[in-house]
Ligand binder design. Structure first.
Ligand SMILES: O=C(O)C(=O)C[C@]1(C(=O)O)C=C[C@@H](O)C=C1
Length: 116
């Protein structure tokens, strides 16, 4: 019978190779996620500046409701837990709203013309 193992010292080489192969894929996927998130935040930073310049509120709950409905449907089709997809999107959006609020605060602090 196999015993539980916390390290990889006495593991069957075939098992070790399979684990390494899977971990290589996981590392690639994690890198892709980081790059995609970085691109998303580049877009949302621009949205934040646009909203601040035009006095639009940082959050748009109607837009968020549409995004959540869309993402839940995509998750179901992809056999990913829709509740997890919703939590993940909400986590990202909460951070974006924090950025928008900070940009709006900084924009308020900027003088519109040079002081006398
Ligand atoms: O689309 C916007 O208005 C955004 O500010 C972007 C975004 C998002 O991260 O997708 C963030 C906050 C809003 O509540 C809705 C969506």
């Amino acid at each position: 019978m196999t015993t539980s193992n916390t390290g990889t010292g006495d593991v069957d080489p075939a098992v070790r190779a399979e684990l390494a192969r899977l971990r290589d894929s996981i590392d690639n996927i994690d890198a892709a996620v980081v790059h995609m998130l970085a691109e998303r935040f580049k877009c949302t930073q621009q949205v934040g500046h646009l909203k601040a310049a035009h006095q639009l509120p940082p959050a748009d709950p109607a837009r968020e409701a549409r995004q959540i409905a869309r993402l839940r449907a995509l998750a179901e089709n992809a056999k990913l837990d829709p509740a997890f997809a919703e939590k993940f999107l909400n986590f990202i959006i909460a951070e974006v709203i924090r950025h928008h609020e900070s940009i709006a605060g900084d924009t308020l602090d900027q003088p519109t013309s040079a002081p006398d």
